[in-house]
Design a protein around this ligand. Structure first.
Ligand code: NAP
Length: 473
């Protein structure tokens, strides 16, 4: 299969193509277009033309297009899930869940398109403002560039394209090089749903080559990026006065207090640690357990993690499959070895077979080990103990990241204390940090990024507030 670029409502040839392989078995899936910088400029030209069409499109029409996209994905749910599983090695069960969430995200976007509204401003509240009627409107920004990662290739595209179209913008989308096919598929659905040509363009190619044009062209009014902190920082530094939303990584933590029903919560905690091979921005990486229950917790955790079925992502019962690249497996293994060298105890996993790293559990890793303080983005967790609840909060906050944190406790005082003192974008009480539904505000503090997604919140960041004031005689 040959995957061309998608520009101005058409498949466009380019000079270079790159073979795309399945991370689990190394088989070739497609030859994917590598856009040149002039291809990217052409995509921005198309988006700039379509921006005018989109800005004058009625809200109900934008809502209908987005709803239709959700319906088209629903009709081809299984095909979409298989595409995600093949290109990203996400186990089929998880890929289906991602498709279902993608449908929800476009559904929310469709609903949000109908309720983008301003407010009236009581100008006479200030001396000198008398005799005026004023109101605000939210206008689309124009052309938005969206750059997305490999780990949720369909739903994270939806979190950018959905609100952008809902608000009447046009988009140039650059998906991750390892997961381009699901993004091109979405462009097909938008065309079938009646989106004007040029309102959504998809360009693939190396992050640097394509990304730099998408970050620097003056016609781009906003860059919305999800990916690693290093690339996010580069984009922020090069975006000039453009708006920038950065959804970056983390080393998410979970606190488990004494009194927690461990049997009940364990399957959920294990899912939060190893789902999609730990390649989730809010995957559980650091666990802090009250010392009174630490032994029982660890035994149950290892037992539950040991039940995970490791294998081919296309097998129905697989829980953990290949990581995205051989280099990432090696990186994770070297971090595990570093922690063990510094005194951590390896109690499960640690070994790999080709690109599959077995679910790995360490005890008592040092806070300065990479496995603690960097984002591991692999099926690796470590369990540490605490005696005072406040100390656990301090340990969670001792991180350069702050996306979400989870806390299991039956003590209301402690729950409120955690909600107040945890320095993260979202605190999940009696839930894992990995919890997300697609309309909630979502984003991080510190190195985890700036701005919020969750359709309504993303729409805010993709519109410009205009004030209109009428002076009356
Ligand atoms: P990545 O390497 O940063 O890549 C993300 C995207 O940026 C890809 O499309 C990549 O293209 C592109 N890119 C690379 N270099 C670029 C440059 N110089 N300019 C512009 N774009 C460039 O991240 P990843 O490995 O795909 O994804 C994993 C990261 O994403 C983790 O850190 C994870 O925590 C984070 N993440 C965050 C969230 C969130 O909502 N906060 C959600 C999911 C993932 P290529 O693929 O062509 O290199």
């Amino acid at each position: 299969m040959k995957q061309m670029l998608w520009i101005n409502g058409e498949k466009i040839e380019t000079e270079r193509y790159r073979p795309l392989t399945n991370p689990f078995n190394g088989e070739k899936i497609a030859d994917v277009a590598e856009a040149s910088q002039s291809d990217v400029v052409r995509a921005i030209d198309a988006a700039a033309g379509a921006a005018r069409v989109m800005a004058s499109m009625d809200a109900h029409k934008r809502a209908d297009i987005l709803r239709k996209v959700a319906e088209l994905i629903q009709e081809e749910r299984e095909e979409c899930a298989r595409l995600i599983a093949e290109e990203s090695s996400k186990p089929l069960k998880a890929a289906r869940a991602e498709v279902d969430r993608t449908i929800m995200t476009y559904t929310f976007a469709s609903e949000e398109a109908r309720r983008i509204q301003g407010e009236t401003i009581p100008m006479d509240a200030a001396p000198g403002g008398e005799g005026r009627v004023a109101y605000t409107v939210k206008e689309p920004l124009g052309v938005i560039s969206a750059i997305t990662p490999f780990n949720f290739p369909m739903n994270l595209v939806a979190h950018k394209v959905g609100p952008a179209i809902a608000a009447g913008n046009s988009v140039v989308l650059k998906p991750a090089s390892q997961t381009p096919l699901s993004a091109y598929k979405i462009a097909e659905y938008f065309q079938k749903a009646g989106l004007p040509a040029g309102a959504l363009n998809v360009v693939t190619g190396s992050g640097k080559n394509v990304g730099d044009v998408l970050t620097s062209d003056d016609r781009i009014k906003k860059v919305t990026f999800t990916g690693s902190p290093a690339v996010g920082k580069h984009i922020r530094e090069n975006a000039g006065l453009k708006r920038v939303t950065l959804e970056l990584g983390s080393n998410s933590a979970l606190i488990v207090d004494e009194g927690t029903d461990l049997q009940k919560v364990m399957p959920r905690i294990v899912t939060g640690a190893f789902s999609n091979q730990g390649q989730v921005c809010i995957s559980i990486q650091r666990i802090f357990v009250h010392e009174a229950v630490a032994e029982e917790f660890t035994a149950l955790f290892i037992e539950e993690a040991g039940k995970l079925k490791v294998g081919n992502p296309l097998d129905e019962d697989t829980d953990v499959a290949a990581m995205i690249s051989a280099g990432d497996v090696e990186r994770a293994k070297s971090w595990i070895q570093e922690a063990v060298g510094n005194g951590a105890e390896l109690v499960l996993g640690g070994e790999s077979d080709q690109q599959v790293l077995k679910p790995t559990v360490l005890l008592n890793a040092h806070p300065s080990d990479k496995i603690s303080c960097e984002e591991v983005f692999a099926p690796v967790v470590h369990i540490n103990t605490f005696s005072k609840f406040e100390d656990a909060i301090t340990r969670v906050n001792e991180s350069q990241f702050g996306l979400q944190a989870g806390v299991y406790t039956n003590d209301l005082q402690k729950a409120f204390k955690a909600a107040r003192d945890l320095h993260v974008g979202g605190v999940m009480i009696n839930e894992i940090p990995t919890f997300r539904v697609d309309h909630m505000p979502y984003g991080g503090v510190k190195m985890s990024g700036t701005g919020r997604e969750g359709i309504k919140y993303a729409v805010e960041e993709m519109t410009e507030l205009k004030l209109v004031s009428f002076k009356l005689d």
